[in-house]
Ligand binder design. Structure first.
Ligand code: BES
Ligand code: ZN
Length: 857
């Protein structure tokens, strides 16, 4: 028997759950009656509970006989065992449990969140976060996604407070100084989707989408920041009802901003919870990136109401069915809402992030066997989300959007209120498309890695060859507790390749399913250029031979933004992997001085930042000059202030160029101009919201102690969550060691919320000026951080070690993790160490050539 899976001898159908949280004593009491089906005459019932005291347990069996049970709690196994004197008669029975717990400060289970009210007084609220396996911290339950049941919740709260759960309130009864709220029955759903929020909450008016009222909730004083989130909530809900062809499965939809929140947001059915930055925003003062973040997260969680909540993966190995789909649907919905944002082009950045990790030997397949809940936690990564969404997009484009949508509708209808596996999705898509879906898809989902497609001209033919892409020739030796054995990668994939050949002013698009190691196509002698991965939806890299690459670079204007993005991104990856020289790559970047797409610039700037982390200090002035050489013409052409009638994308790019020039480029003129504009802003002058965050970053980079104190004050008094974040991250950019120390100190002394502190520490590990001090600090404070931070915190923070890209620091990183026997879940640590090796290997291989190239720049 699998020690991580509950027996199915007794299974729950319905929970009548009554909880009474006390925000003063930070405790809660609970009583629940669980209606169960008893399949075998057992004398033991096993379910989940952890950090709860169970004071009483009474069981009624299939013949209505009542018995008191003996309760044992196994904290390590997170289980509760009821022992019965008499075996239970099979049939329908009940379980009545009385229990107690604490409102913890670890942002999981039933926890407390603390914030300041508008008059500066500290307040407490209570909220829940259950995914993946923390419902068991709030009430005893069968805490696995396949045990779906109906939840009927009653909350007993202070009469002055408000509460929200998954469904509408049926009844409110006063009870002395308290009141009793009875909520409607939920649909049959998994435990990890139950939500309870209690506090002094404010809501917007409801907007109706058909029968569904949609509201935004927040702590008092922030309702003015709710309009934008509500707009995308309403629009995406409509979009999904239409796309899925299935009505929204809840009876109302509340979206709640919680001041302390570990993840970005959580798709509790009908009561979606968010961190404040992901829901509340002042549309007139936010940058494009900040607005897009809110739109993305809201659309993503709404998409889950069907994918995840109505139909749920049977076990955590299938989490990609939830997260990849929600990520894919998020793009569709946001793209439909604001086509001018060109959301699918920006998705290139996410796809690229997934390809970086999936190019490692220590990558993993999107879906693979998961046993322990701890392993489930490590599944929430860029492979599940971004590779998963990329692969779905590739499939959607391959089958055609209408056929794909038909398959999705079929899948949802077939499995609603139930659970499903990847095979069920393949079956539905197969019915809709008449294509052999498993043959095409299994390599992308169940195998690690992806192909590098090489394109070359041989005689009158275009030759395409595929092989697995890897940054390093060999895996790193591994010293930790052996991670799950690497699944052998297939030598090939079924690659849906889309080609565009331009010849004599005419474009022809051709689709090829590359299934063998090699494919040949006749190529007209008159061909001016060939684009492989036309449209940019494929999850593979392209390496052009010199002639094909030169032809493309000569006709950059004929490429779409995503195609230019892929051209640079693939060239950079191939360079890092040692298949193209670094000087050649730097030459290539010189062709992009006229580039106007912010995503293409994001790859260019990203590659320069990587170089900045691995060069020797003597080369830094050369790199700064190179950055100025590439980016100055673009900023000069755009100007510092938005022009009348300029397009959306120009507005988005300006801030990124200012930031790159003022920090990486160390451009004195840009720094001076930024200081002037910022000073004008503090005097009340209007500054474009896309430029202001860049000014703050540049000023911090070139700042001193006086400015640090001013920014710290702005962080503390910020008027919006976005403003708070800008100033918080600005604190990481001041170069003076005492200021670096100050910011680090704030990651463990309570001044920075534990939801943010790991990310602040990660940022400091990634920055040249701060990384050595930050690494010493992190090593010393590791145990403290482990105690303070929420569950995923250390894993997120430790990603910063990728920035420690000198041979000495790399060796020290290995020493630390080896001596301390630290595990970060799944293959996380292995992946970080391999990424670090990739960077240091690049330095060792190309350092000398780089110095020469930069000296010439
Ligand atoms: N289901 C997740 C939240 C979650 C993540 C719970 C990890 C437990 C562990 C939610 O739908 C989600 O994916 N949130 C993202 C934001 C999203 C827009 C990518 C997050 O929290 O980062
Ligand atoms: Zn999600």
């Amino acid at each position: 028997m699998d020690p991580y899976r509950l027996p199915r001898t007794v299974v729950p159908n319905r929970y009548d759950l009554r909880l009474e949280p006390d925000l003063t004593t930070l405790t809660f009491r609970g009583v629940e009656t669980i209606a169960v089906s008893i399949a075998e005459p057992v004398s033991e019932i096993v379910f989940n509970a952890v950090e709860l005291a169970v004071d009483e347990a009474v069981v009624t069996d299939g013949r209505g006989r009542e018995q008191r049970a003996t309760v044992t709690l196994d904290e390590a196994a997170e289980r509760c065992r009821l022992a019965l004197a008499q075996p239970l008669a099979t049939g329908e029975g009940t379980l009545r449990l009385v229990f107690r717990g604490t409102l913890n400060d670890k942002l999981r289970g039933f926890y407390r969140s603390v914030y300041k009210d508008p008059s500066g007084v500290s307040r407490t609220m209570a909220a829940t976060q259950f995914e993946a396996t923390d419902a068991r911290r709030a009430f005893p339950c069968w805490d696995e996604p396949a045990f779906k049941a109906v939840f009927s919740v009653t909350l007993v709260i202070d009469a002055a407070l408000t509460a929200v759960s998954n469904t509408r309130i049926l009844e409110t009864k006063p009870d002395g100084a308290r009141k009793i709220l009875r909520f409607a029955d939920s649909i049959k759903m998994s435990t990890y989707l139950v939500a309870l929020v209690v506090g002094e909450l404010e809501a917007t008016d409801a907007v109706g989408v058909g029968p569904t009222p949609v509201k935004i909730w927040c702590v008092p004083g922030k309702r003015r920041l709710a309009a934008f989130g509500q707009e995308i909530a309403v629009d995406s809900l409509r979009f999904f009802e239409e796309y899925y062809g299935v009505p929204y499965p809840g009876d109302k939809l509340d979206l709640l901003a919680i001041p302390d929140f570990a993840a970005g947001a959580m798709e509790n059915l009908g009561a979606i919870t968010f961190r404040e930055t992901a829901l509340l925003v002042d549309e007139t003062a936010a940058s494009h990136a900040e607005l897009q973040r809110v739109a993305d997260v809201v659309a993503h969680e709404n998409a889950h109401m069907w994918f995840g909540d109505l139909v749920t993966m049977s076990w955590w190995n299938g989490i990609w069915l939830n997260e990849a789909f929600a990520t894919f649907m998020e793009m569709l919905a946001v793209d439909a809402w604001k086509p001018e944002w060109q959301r699918w082009t920006a998705f290139g950045v996410s796809r690229a992030a997934a390809m970086s990790v999936d190019g490692l030997h220590s990558t993993r397949p999107i879906e693979f066997p998961v046993r322990a809940p701890r392993e489930a936690d490590a599944m929430f990564d860029v492979l599940t989300y971004e590779k998963g969404a990329s692969v779905l997009r590739m499939l959607e484009q391959f089958l055609g959007p209408t056929v794909f949508r038909q398959g999705v509708r079929d899948y949802l209808n077939a499995h609603r209120f139930d659970n499903a596996d990847t095979g069920d999705l393949w079956a539905a898509l197969g019915r809709a498309s008449n294509q052999p879906i498993p043959a095409v898809m299994d390599g992308w989902i169940f195998a690690p890695g992806y192909p590098l497609v090489s394109a070359s001209v041989e005689g009158a033919e275009l030759v395409l060859r595929q092989q697995r892409f890897n940054y390093l020739p060999q895996p790193l030796p591994w010293y930790g507790a052996a991670p799950a054995a690497a699944t052998p990668a297939p030598a090939r994939w079924q690659v849906p390749v889309q080609l565009r050949v331009s010849a004599g002013g005419r474009d022809t698009v051709e689709r090829v399913l590359l299934t063998d190691a090699e494919a040949r196509r006749p190529l007209p002698a008159s061909a001016d250029s060939v684009v492989v991965n036309e449209g940019g939806h494929g999850f593979y890299r392209v390496r052009y031979d010199d002639t094909l690459r030169a032809k493309l670079l000569a006709r950059l204007g004929s490429l779409g933004a995503i195609e230019r993005f892929n051209l640079v991104n693939d060239a950079w990856a191939v360079t890092v992997a040692g298949l193209m020289s670094l000087p050649d790559y730097l030459e290539l970047t010189a062709r992009f001085r006229d580039e106007r797409d912010k995503n293409v610039w994001a790859v260019l700037i990203g590659s320069f930042s990587t170089l900045n982390r691995l060069i020797t200090p003597a080369d830094r002035p050369g790199l700064e000059a190179l950055v100025r050489d590439r980016a100055t013409p673009a900023l000069a052409a755009l100007g510092w202030t938005p022009r009348h009638g300029e397009d959306e994308l120009a507005r988005q790019l300006r801030g990124d160029l200012v930031r790159a020039l003022g920090t990486l480029g160390n451009d004195r003129d840009v720094q001076a101009r930024a200081a002037e504009l910022y000073a004008a802003h503090t005097r009340g002058a209007a500054v474009d919201p896309n430029v202001l965050p860049a000014l703050i970053a540049v000023l911090a980079h070139a700042g001193d102690a006086g400015r640090y104190d001013a920014f710290l004050d702005r962080f503390r008094k910020a008027a919006t969550p976005q403003e708070e974040q800008r100033y918080l991250y600005a604190l990481t950019a001041f170069p003076q060691p005492p200021l670096v120390e100050q910011t680090l100190g704030r990651t463990v002394n309570g001044e920075i919320r534990t939801q943010d502190a790991p990310f602040v520490a990660r940022t400091m590990l990634m920055q040249v000026h701060a990384r050595e001090i930050a690494w010493a600090f992190v090593k010393k404070q590791w145990d403290t951080m482990d105690r303070l931070y929420p569950k995923h915190g250390l894993r997120r923070m430790a990603e910063g070690v990728i920035g420690l890209a000198t041979p000495e620091l790399e060796a020290d990183v290995h020493r630390f993790f080896q001596e301390r026997k630290i595990e970060l879940g799944g293959k996380t640590l292995e992946q970080y160490l391999e990424q670090l090796r990739v960077a240091v290997a690049l330095r060792q291989r190309e350092g000398a050539a780089l110095s020469r190239a930069l000296a010439r720049a």
